[in-house]
Design a protein around this ligand. Structure first.
Ligand SMILES: [Zn+2]
Length: 87
């Protein structure tokens, strides 16, 4: 069962965090819906990485995919090492 939807502030704006079955990715950022959508079946480190990645898209809309990918991997890697996800 997916976790319940959440709301979060990103740069002062309200965004939804929603759960969705996604066969091709672990997450998406839907600007028109102001929603970060995540695949809840991902393992804990992958879900953390996808959350950091999609949050990065929202927070830094001018960054390209490669930099957002690096941001998500590096921040989530640190958080995993700090114990915020099960390895
Ligand atoms: Zn991306």
């Amino acid at each position: 069962m997916p976790p319940k939807p959440r709301r979060t502030k990103v740069r002062g704006g309200n965004w939804h965090v929603l759960w969705k079955a996604m066969p091709l990715s672990w997450g998406t950022c839907e600007d028109r819906k102001r929603a970060i959508e995540l695949e809840h079946r991902a393992d804990s480190p992958t879900l953390l990485m996808a959350t950091c990645h999609e949050f990065g898209h929202v927070f830094f809309p001018d960054l390209n995919e490669e930099v957002v990918q690096q941001f998500g991997e590096e921040l989530s890697g640190l958080l995993v090492r700090m114990g915020y996800a099960r390895e």
